[in-house]
Design a protein around this ligand. Structure first.
Ligand code: NAD
Ligand code: ZN
Length: 589
C-alpha cells in the first residue's frame, strides 16, 4: 500500500499487468481488506481469499479452483515494473516444441557479480540443456571449485506461469524438507518430479522488498518519464569527420597516421568479397602490426560474431588497438561499430542491445562503405542478431569517428543487391517522412534522400558515375533522417523475417514493403514502379510454410520494436496492429 509516484504499489502492479494485454483476466488475490478495497475502488478485479495460506501460490490455487482457466500467471504484488516482454517470454514456452512436458514456467536472468551470486536473498537456479530447472538455491550453484571454469549463473525471477492442474497439485501436496530449508516455493515441484521450464529474460525489473527499494523505484519512475526513446528532444552525436569523393579512399593512411598510438595496431575488418582484390588491399597500406581480418557478409552480424572477433583481437594483442576500420556494406560497418564498442565494455555484445546501455567510450573507429543505402555509415546504431532478439546497440558511442565516402568503391555491386540496399534508403525516407515522430530536422534530410532515390532509380539520363555519387549521399541523408525519428512497419516486420528466416535486411524490407500499400500508399506505388523499371524479382510466399511457433516468434520480434510502431501508427498502435493483422500481412508475403 506504499506510495509509488502517486499510486499504491499494488495498484501499479495490477495496472502494469493489465496493460500488457496478454491476459483474458487479471485479478488481485489477497487476504487483506485494505488491498481488496484499493483494487475494487479503482475499478479493478480483486478476490478475497477464504482461508489462510502459507504462500501466494496456495492463495492463487484457491482462487482459480473453480475458474475455467488454462494457464495462470502469478505476478508478485511488489513488481510494479512488470514488463510485457518478461511475461511474454514466460508464456511463449507454452507454444514451444516441448510444451506438452511443461507443468509450469518461470524466468531467470543472467548474473555476473559474485557479491550478488553469493547473496542468499538472490535465488539461483541451474538448468538442463533444454532449460528445465534442476534445482533452485540460495547458495551459489554450481559451486565454483575451479575459479576459471566458464559457467553462467542465473537468478530466479518470481514470475510463474502454471498449467491449472500444476497449480492445484501444488495446493494439495505437502511441503517437504528441501523447500522448508531453503524457503523457496518452487522446490516443491521439483521434489514431486514436476517439470519447470525456465526462460531467460535480462530486462531489469525492480522488486520492492525494502524501504530502500521503494526509494529507488520512485527515482526510476521519475527518470522513466524524462528519458524515453521517442522523446521530443534528442541530443545525439553526428559523425565528426567525413571525406567525400572518387578516390578519397587513398587519403585513409594519412587520416589514420596521427591516430596511431605507439605499438597499438589498426585492425581492418574487410568484407571478404574483396579477398582477392589486391589493388584495394594495397591501397589500405597496412603498417607495423596492423591486422587485416576478412569477414563474411553472407549472414547478418550476430552478437556472437562480435564477441568472437573481440576475443581474437584481445588474444593477439596486449594493447588495445589504435582503431578499427570497417570496409564493406552495412553488415561490415555494423560489425566494426560493435567490435569497437565491445573492446572497451565488459561482457558480451547481447547485453548492450537496446537504447543507451553502453557505458564506456568505444575505440576510435572508421567506416568505409562499399555499397550504399543502409545509412549505417552515419547512424547511431549497430543492428545485431542476438540469442533473444534482433536489435541495435543504440548509443552515443556507436557512430563512427571518421567516415570515408568514395563512390568508386561501390563499383561491382551486383544489380539485385544494389537495388535491395538502395531501397533500404528509400524505405528509410518513406517511413521517416510518414511517421508521427517527424520534425523539420528529419524532414529536411528525408526529403533530400527521397528525391535523390527517385532520380537514381527512375530517371533515364544519369551516368553510372553520377548515380553512384548520388546514391552514396542519399544513403547518408536517409540515415540522418531517421536519426531524429525512426523507421516504421517495413523495418519492424523485416526484423521478424531476419530473426526467424535469416532474410537479409535489404531484401527483407523489399519483401515486406511491396505489401504495405495500406500504410504507405505513394511510397509503395513508386517502389513498384522502380522494381518494374529495373526488372527486379522479389521472392514470394516465404512465410507460407512457417510453423505456429515460427510465426509467433516472428510476430513477437516485430511487435517488440515498440518505437518503430509508435512512429508508424502513433500511440494507439497496439489496437491497429494486432497479432492477427500482422499474421495476415506475413502470410500475404
Ligand atoms: P551487406 O553489407 O550485407 O552486403 C550485401 C552483399 O554485397 C554482400 O554479399 C557483400 O559482400 C556485397 N558487397 C558489398 N560491397 C560490395 C562491392 N563493392 N562489390 C561487390 N559486392 C559487394 O549489405 P547492406 O545492405 O549494405 O547491409 C545490410 C546490413 O546493414 C544489415 O545487417 C542491416 O541490419 C544493416 N543495417 C544497419 C543500419 C544501421 O543504421 N546501422 C541501417 C540499415 C541496415
Ligand atoms: Zn534499414
Amino acid at each position: 500500500m506504499q506510495d509509488l509516484g502517486g499510486k499504491t504499489v499494488i495498484l501499479r502492479t495490477y495496472e502494469a499487468t493489465k496493460e500488457t494485454g496478454l491476459f483474458d483476466e487479471v485479478y488481485v488475490v489477497t487476504d487483506s481488506e485494505v488491498i481488496f478495497k484499493e483494487i475494487e475502488l479503482s475499478g479493478g478485479n480483486a478476490i478475497m481469499s477464504l482461508k489462510e495460506h502459507d504462500c501466494g501460490t496456495d492463495r492463487i490455487a484457491e482462487a482459480v479452483e473453480n475458474m475455467d482457466v488454462d494457464i495462470v500467471v502469478n505476478v508478485q504484488g511488489d513488481e510494479p515494473f512488470t514488463s510485457k516482454s518478461g511475461l511474454e517470454q514466460v508464456l511463449s514456452v507454452f507454444n514451444g516444441p516441448d510444451a506438452e512436458k511443461i507443468d509450469l514456467a518461470s524466468l531467470m536472468t543472467e548474473m555476473y557479480d559474485w557479491k550478488e551470486i553469493s547473496d542468499p536473498n538472490a535465488v539461483k537456479v541451474i538448468v538442463d540443456k533444454d532449460n528445465f530447472a534442476l534445482y533452485f538455491s540460495r547458495s551459489p550453484i554450481p559451486y565454483p571449485r575451479d575459479k576459471n571454469a566458464a559457467v553462467q549463473y542465473f537468478k530466479h525471477k518470481g514470475i510463474y506461469a502454471f498449467r491449472k492442474q500444476a497449480l492445484l497439485d501444488f495446493y494439495q501436496l505437502p511441503m517437504r524438507s528441501m523447500e522448508a530449508a531453503e524457503k523457496i516455493e518452487c522446490i516443491r515441484y521439483l521434489e514431486y518430479g514436476k517439470n519447470i521450464k525456465m526462460a531467460i529474460s535480462n530486462t531489469q525489473g525492480i522488486e520492492i522488498d525494502t524501504p530502500e527499494d521503494l526509494v529507488r523505484a520512485n527515482k526510476v519512475l521519475k527518470e522513466d518519464k524524462t528519458i524515453t526513446v521517442n522523446n521530443k528532444y534528442r541530443n545525439f552525436p553526428m559523425v565528426p569527420k567525413v571525406i567525400f569523393g572518387r578516390g578519397s579512399f587513398d587519403q585513409l593512411s594519412s587520416i589514420l597516421a596521427p591516430k596511431r598510438k605507439d605499438k597499438a595496431p589498426f585492425i581492418y575488418l574487410v568484407d571478404d568479397v574483396f579477398k582477392d582484390n589486391e589493388d584495394l588491399i594495397n591501397r589500405m597500406n597496412l603498417r607495423f602490426n596492423d591486422k587485416l581480418i576478412f569477414v563474411s557478409a553472407e549472414e547478418e552480424p550476430k552478437t556472437e560474431q562480435v564477441d568472437n572477433i573481440v576475443k581474437k583481437i584481445k588474444g593477439e594483442f596486449t594493447y588495445s588497438p589504435s582503431g578499427i576500420i570497417g570496409v564493406g556494406g552495412g553488415s561490415v560497418l555494423d560489425l566494426s561499430k560493435a567490435v569497437s564498442i565491445m573492446l572497451t565494455n565488459k561482457g558480451g555484445a547481447s547485453e548492450y542491445q537496446g537504447w543507451d546501455l553502453v557505458k564506456s567510450k568505444a575505440i576510435y573507429h572508421v567506416g568505409v562503405p562499399t555499397i550504399s543505402g543502409t545509412g549505417a555509415e552515419v547512424s547511431r546504431t549497430t543492428v545485431l542478431t542476438g540469442p533473444e532478439k534482433k536489435l541495435g546497440i543504440n548509443s552515443d558511442y556507436t557512430p563512427f569517428d571518421q567516415v570515408v565516402l568514395d563512390p568508386d568503391l561501390t563499383v561491382g555491386v551486383p544489380k539485385n543487391q544494389w537495388f535491395y540496399t538502395g531501397m533500404d534508403c528509400f524505405i528509410h525516407c518513406v517511413e521517416s517522412l510518414n511517421g508521427t515522430f517527424l520534425n523539420e530536422f528529419s524532414k529536411s534530410y528525408g526529403e533530400k534522400a527521397y528525391d535523390l532515390c527517385k532520380e537514381i532509380f527512375l530517371s533515364e539520363n544519369l551516368s553510372e558515375v553520377e548515380s553512384r555519387g548520388k546514391l552514396m549521399m542519399a544513403s547518408w541523408h536517409g540515415g540522418m533522417s531517421i536519426a531524429y525519428s525512426q523507421v516504421g512497419i517495413a523495418h519492424a516486420m523485416s526484423y521478424g523475417l531476419g530473426y526467424v528466416l535469416g532474410t537479409k535486411h535489404g531484401i527483407g524490407n523489399c519483401i515486406v514493403f511491396d505489401h504495405l500499400e495500406d500504410y504507405y500508399s505513394e511510397g509503395v506505388r513508386l517502389f513498384k514502379e522502380m522494381k518494374a523499371y529495373h526488372n527486379i524479382n522479389i521472392p514470394k510466399g516465404i512465410c507460407s510454410n512457417l510453423s505456429d511457433y515460427q510465426m509467433n516468434t516472428m510476430i513477437d520480434i516485430a511487435l517488440g520494436l515498440v518505437p518503430l510502431w509508435e512512429n508508424a501508427l502513433g500511440d494507439d498502435w497496439e489496437s491497429i496492429m494486432t497479432r492477427d493483422k500482422l499474421r495476415e500481412l506475413y502470410l500475404k508475403m
